[in-house]
Design a protein around this ligand. Structure first.
Ligand code: SF4
Length: 140
C-alpha cells in the first residue's frame, strides 16, 4: 500500500453539508460511539481540513480546486491505523469518486485496473457516474 489515497482525503460533499446533516440527526452532538456510525459522523469527527498552506502544495486541477481536502487522524506512517473500523467511504474508495478519479496517482494499481474495466464497459462507467449523482441528490 502506498497510502496516497489517505493523504490527503477528499469527498464530494462539503464539510459544512456533512455537519448540517449530523446536526439534524444528532441535535445534542456526537457521542464517542456515534463517531463510527457512518461516513458523515466519521468525517466530522476524524478528518481535519488542510490549511491554506497545505492545499497550496497540492497539484490540483481546476475542478479539484473546489473540493475540500482533509487529513485523517488515523493516518500514521503511511498506513491506516483504523483499518477494521474504517467507514464505507474508505472501504469503497475510489468508487465514490469516479468523476474525480484523476486525483489518484498514475501508477495506482486500483485506478489502472478500474480504468481498464470501465473503458471496456463505457456504458457501465456512465451508469456509475449517474448513480453517484442520484445518490448524492437523494442524500441532500
Ligand atoms: S480511516 Fe484509514 S483508510 Fe480511512 S481515511 Fe483514515 S487512514 Fe485512510
Amino acid at each position: 500500500m502506498c497510502g496516497k489515497c489517505c493523504n490527503p482525503v477528499t469527498m464530494t460533499d462539503s464539510l459544512e453539508k456533512i455537519k448540517q446533516r449530523n446536526k439534524k440527526r444528532f441535535p445534542n452532538g456526537l457521542t464517542s460511539e456515534d463517531r463510527f456510525i457512518d461516513n458523515d459522523t466519521f468525517i466530522e469527527s476524524f478528518w481535519k481540513p488542510l490549511t491554506e498552506k497545505e492545499i497550496s502544495k497540492l497539484d490540483l486541477t481546476k475542478d479539484q480546486r473546489n473540493m475540500d481536502f482533509f487529513k485523517c487522524e488515523f493516518f500514521k506512517d503511511n498506513k491506516c491505523t483504523n483499518w477494521n473500523k474504517r467507514p464505507l467511504i474508505c472501504k469503497y474508495y475510489p468508487l465514490y469518486h469516479i468523476p474525480y478519479m484523476d486525483f489518484l496517482i498514475d501508477d495506482c494499481g486500483y485506478k489502472n485496473k478500474l480504468k481498464e474495466v470501465l473503458n471496456e464497459h463505457y456504458d457501465i462507467r456512465t451508469d456509475l457516474i449517474n448513480l453517484t449523482n442520484d445518490v448524492e441528490g437523494i442524500l441532500d
